[in-house]
Design a protein around this ligand. Structure first.
Ligand code: NAP
Length: 248
């Protein structure tokens, strides 16, 4: 795939989907900022894997729920590279409970980690990218943001918010040469879904037309497309990567 930009920050790329996105984008020649909150060693391992494969990477750690830390991190990247061409807002958490038992803290922790952080990333990237009139941002949402799910009112609200907010950023930035799009993965085999019991996993797989969970690499390829020059006339879009689950 062709990329006119040079570097990318992938939040939450110490493991799971983010790590796969980082490696995929490095494979296309971008310098990747591998980001972690607690997994410094894991982030170093992703950087090493990228460099061993001949790519360029750097590591940066901060909590995406901390606005000033996110602002400082973007500044660090721009001070180092002179620009930020691409951003993938991927870091995210779940904190599942039935709504009747969900405390405001349970709700807000997920909103802050998944939605408010994505807002900060989109806003700060716009400030930097508009100077070069170039940039592309992909926000990793979820099928749950489109369908809702029992036990996930907080997660559904955060991910549905990401979809709607992405469209608003896309409209505001459209004449500045910056595109904002979302990806909505279905169920993807990572640590986030590993915690589910076999019964729940079997139940999920039975509802997916392709009868399997997705691979992180499949989300990474879709994300790369939306960042790349190949999607130059696509903005505000939501790309489903779910094995047909939305039709089931
Ligand atoms: P994961 O394996 O649990 O990895 C989460 C990543 O996010 C880690 O790198 C973690 O960093 C980072 N992170 C979490 N909270 C953070 C915070 N406050 N500040 C900074 N970093 C933070 O998750 P995943 O399954 O790869 O999911 C990645 C994204 O895809 C999430 O947004 C998730 O909602 C979305 N998604 C996943 C699935 C799925 O089935 N797996 C489906 C739909 C959407 P540390 O480990 O260093 O703390």
């Amino acid at each position: 795939m062709k990329f006119s930009g040079n570097n990318v920050l992938v939040t939450g790329s110490s493991r799971g989907i983010g790590a796969e996105i980082a490696k995929t984008l490095a494979g296309f020649g971008l310098k990747v900022w591998v980001h972690y909150r607690s997994g410094a060693k894991e982030a170093d391992a992703v950087k090493e894997a990228i460099e061993t494969a001949g790519g360029k990477a750097a590591v940066i750690g901060f909590d995406v729920s901390d606005e000033s830390a996110f602002v400082d991190a973007i500044k660090t990247i721009v001070d180092s590279d002179g620009e930020l061409s691409y951003l993938v807002n991927n870091a995210g958490i779940t904190n599942d409970k039935l709504a009747l038992r969900m405390k405001i803290d349970d709700f807000m922790s997920v909103i802050n980690a998944n939605l408010t952080s994505t807002f900060v990333g989109c806003r700060e990237s716009m400030k930097v990218m508009r100077k070069k009139k170039f940039g592309s941002v992909v926000n990793i949402s979820s099928i749950i943001g489109e369908t809702g799910n029992a036990g996930q009112t907080n997660y559904a609200a955060s991910k549905g918010g990401v979809i709607a907010m992405t469209k608003s950023f896309a409209i505001e930035a459209a004449t500045s040469g910056i595109r904002y799009n979302s990806v909505t993965p279905g169920f993807i085999a990572t640590e986030m879904t590993e915690i589910l019991s076999d019964d729940i996993k079997d139940g999920i797989n039975s509802k997916i037309p392709m009868k399997r969970m997705g691979r992180a690499s499949e989300v990474a390829e879709a994300t790369a497309f939306l960042l790349s020059d190949h999607s130059s006339y696509i903005t505000g879009e939501t790309l489903k990567v779910n094995g047909g689950m939305n039709m089931a």
